[in-house]
Design a protein around this ligand. Structure first.
Ligand code: FAD
Length: 588
């Protein structure tokens, strides 16, 4: 850590020293300043459409005017720290993810500095407050009649908080200034999609979307990493304003404490649970290394299809998601690397296709949210206001929600997964589908409490992937409802109970026969296997409609299950203290 700071300080102080002779930047009406706003979803230099857009503006403008590009990142106090809470009372960003993001921003700053540019990093003020101050500071250096022209460039996001941040930004800028948003973060280009304006005819289910896109569209190659353009970002004579310097010094980079996390949270973030799948370090450098490692060094791509439903270990799936969520790696880069693997190794099979297929799911989440907007946060999702809108409101019963959150439902697969997420910030896709189905369809609790809890804890939290998957899992996107039979899933995907024993040490001596159904043990067997139900491990929670030994997510069962989650809401999860969110307000 010390070495990292020292190197960063040396690089940063060189750039500051170079410019010390000039305390101010001379501006004229011909001076153009592009503030390049890195946000959560694009923390990288490679294949970054918004960054390339800023570079193009710079190249196009430099002949007639002085043009500078100033990259910045803001740790928004509305998102970070123990006081930043959601409407459901959970932290907006748990400390583990906050640590991952700080690492990603530090890596971005270092990479920009190495290329002759830099990154202003602010905390304790919202992005628009920071920019307002910066614009004022930079403008006050010059004659008011010579104010520079401002543009803000950033990646386009499509949901509430993200679009509000852009609106707030626009509202504080001088009237002549513009915020330009550039589409990014998806593997397929928005403009290439074969769907009408604003994606009006985007299918509400994945398969027809996939069929059309795969038939009609190509995945573009990744955009090149800017190089000489980045050198020209800051004033070419080396001028760097005093008002910017304060945001570039290594000591100005916020610690978790400065981001508002208390001692316990800081400790939580710095504790690596040895039971976790792997250690995740934020940033483009670590992201590209993981892609290389998974695909080429460990040679796992060729078996991805067969291993992807695992739950133990680093390599059953790619684990690219935390880096993808913050844009440390682009999906097009991964798609290109999969193609390169196929060509170089001469292997092309279902597995080498399937990672790109999963990335298409990721694309679909963002496109779906673009089409339906904030309805993915409504209790009835996109069914709100339609004939399919369910009549029974969701239940909200705190003791039940707490059991689920704490991994104390008495269903070992659910509990193990919830405990893994709390301890490490990660959960497999298999786990996520099961705990989601269990909360919404078996316990019949308001799914948004689940989505919000995931938002706090997941390292790879991504607003589109998370809220789309929850909305769909709860049956609120109009697609088929996939109700998982937890016991069957446990036996199919954790046949010998290794995963459950890994996270539930109290069940370590329970034999395979009972590991997924501990409630079947007699008192005598409980004593024999060293676990007393209700004391060491909970009795199983009552579900509204226990699955009838069905076939889990077997497609032949999906038809039968269709809609069941909606109609059968009068179960016995306990009515005391129950309350419902009846409104369709966006209560995110
Ligand atoms: P792999 O199996 O290796 O897949 C490769 C990549 O494909 C992933 O990194 C991811 O970017 C993408 N992908 C795979 N499955 C999905 C999917 N169902 N939806 C969208 N993208 C997918 N993923 C997130 O990145 N952030 C979230 O906040 C998130 N919340 C989820 C909530 C629920 C209820 C469910 C069911 C799924 C959620 N997912 C989310 C999707 C998926 O579970 C994770 O992307 C995956 O488990 C990450 O592990 P991996 O990178 O090893 O995935």
């Amino acid at each position: 850590v010390a070495a990292f700071y020292l190197s960063l300080f040396m690089i940063a102080s060189t750039s500051v020293k170079k410019v010390r002779g000039l305390a101010t930047m001379t501006t004229s009406p011909n001076t153009k300043i592009i503030l390049h706003w890195f946000r959560h979803g694009d923390l990288r230099l490679h294949d970054n459409p918004a960054l390339v857009h800023s570079c193009k503006k710079l190249s196009a403008a430099s002949k007639q005017s002085d043009t500078y590009v100033i990259p910045f990142f803001c740790f928004d106090p509305k998102a970070f720290g123990n006081d930043a809470k959601s409407d459901f009372g959970n932290l907006k960003c748990g400390p583990r993810r906050a640590k991952f993001i700080t690492e990603a921003v530090k890596d971005l700053q270092q990479n920009l500095v190495k290329k002759g540019s830099g990154l202003l990093v602010s905390h304790g003020q919202e992005p628009h407050e920071f920019v307002s101050k910066l614009v004022k500071d930079l403008s006050s250096e010059s004659n008011p009649s010579q104010n520079p022209q401002w543009t803000i460039v950033c990646q386009e996001e499509v949901l509430k908080e993200e679009t509000e941040a852009v609106r707030s930004m626009q509202s504080i800028l001088p009237p002549s200034a513009k915020v330009q948003t550039v589409w990014g973060s998806t593997m397929y280009e928005l403009e290439d999609l074969p769907f009408g304006e604003a994606l009006g005819d985007l299918p509400n289910t994945f398969t027809p979307f996939r069929n059309k896109v795969e038939k009609k569209c190509e995945i573009s190659p990744p955009l090149p990493t800017p190089s000489k353009e980045l050198k020209a970002f800051f004033p070419s004579d080396g001028t760097l304003l005093k008002s910017m310097e304060q945001y570039m010094k290594p000591e100005a980079f916020p610690s978790l404490k400065q981001l508002g996390y208390n001692e316990a949270s800081v400790k939580e973030a710095s504790t690596v649970d040895p039971r976790g799948v792997m250690e995740f370090i934020g940033g483009e450098t670590a992201a590209l290394a993981r892609v290389e490692d998974y695909i080429f060094t460990k040679d796992r791509l060729k078996i991805y299809f067969d291993t992807r439903n695992g739950m133990l270990g680093a390599d059953y799936s790619t684990k690219f998601s935390p880096w993808l969520a913050f844009g440390c790696v682009s999906p097009r880069w991964i798609a290109k690397e999969c193609r390169r693997y196929e060509q170089e190794r001469g292997i092309q099979n279902k597995s080498t296709y399937w990672v790109v297929f999963e990335l298409l799911w990721r694309d679909y989440c963002k496109f779906f949210c673009l089409k339906h907007g904030n309805r993915v946060f409504y209790p009835n999702g996109i069914l709100s206001g339609t004939q399919q809108q369910p009549q029974t409101p969701w239940k909200v019963y705190q003791p039940v929600l707490d059991c689920w959150k704490e991994g104390k439902t008495g269903y070992p697969l659910v509990d193990a997964n919830m405990r893994e997420m709390r301890a490490t910030g990660f959960m497999s896709n298999r786990g996520r589908q099961n705990v989601c189905s269990f909360l919404c369809l078996d316990l019949q609790q308001d799914w948004r409490h689940g989505g919000d809890f995931f938002e706090t804890h997941l390292l790879d939290y991504d607003v589109y992937s998370n809220w789309y998957n929850w909305c769909a899992g709860a049956g609120m996107t109009g697609g088929r409802v996939n109700r998982f039979n937890i016991v069957k899933q446990s036996k199919d995907y954790d046949q010998h109970g290794d995963y459950v024993r890994h996270w539930l040490p109290e069940l370590k001596d329970v034999p395979n026969q009972f590991i997924h159904e501990p409630w079947k043990m007699s008192q005598f067997q409980q004593r024999e296997f060293g676990v007393s139900l209700g004391v060491d491990y909970p009795h199983r929670i009552q579900t509204a409609a226990p699955p009838s030994g069905g076939r889990g997510d077997d497609p032949s069962n999906q038809k039968r299950n269709r809609g069941r989650g909606r109609t059968n809401r009068q179960g016995n999860t306990g009515n005391k203290g129950e309350s419902s969110r009846k409104t369709n307000s966006n209560n995110r």
